[in-house]
Design a protein around this ligand. Structure first.
Ligand SMILES: CC(C)(COP(=O)(O)OP(=O)(O)OC[C@H]1O[C@@H](n2cnc3c(N)ncnc32)[C@H](O)[C@@H]1OP(=O)(O)O)[C@@H](O)C(=O)NCCC(=O)NCCS
Length: 88
């Protein structure tokens, strides 16, 4: 179950067309996630259109998982800070 307590940060990325496919997305995510971890933010979520299979693959490769899905949109989330229980 997705909750704003687990995933309080929300993400949008829209690289200019001339800069897609150059692995800038992972670098931006690395910088954002590092900053959020420093601030103690436990997780981040986003909405992606079900039509946007390239972006869904991109987020899955990065470690995002599907939290919920409807006909048009998938909500995906990434935990930034694992609890001791989850690490075992
Ligand atoms: C999705 C996005 C953030 C990925 O960042 P990136 O730096 O392009 O990432 P990568 O270089 O690792 O490429 C990842 C995916 O982007 C897509 N992509 C790559 N080059 C692309 C291009 N020229 N045009 C459109 N999409 C492209 C591909 O689907 C690729 O995945 P695949 O190799 O499995 O097909 C970026 O392509 C983007 O901003 N796209 C347009 C907006 C968008 O879809 N945002 C996400 C909405 S939630």
């Amino acid at each position: 179950m997705c909750s704003v307590i687990d995933y309080p940060a929300h993400l949008h990325i829209d690289l200019d067309e001339t800069h897609r496919g150059m692995k800038l997305g992972p670098k931006l995510l690395d910088a954002l996630c590092a900053h959020l971890r420093e601030e103690g933010v436990p997780g981040i979520e986003l909405g992606v259109s079900t039509d946007n299979q390239g972006a869904i693959r991109f987020y899955e490769r990065y470690g995002f998982t599907k939290l919920k899905e409807n006909k048009n949109e998938i909500t995906m989330g990434l935990k930034l800070i694992c609890s001791l229980y989850e690490r075992q």
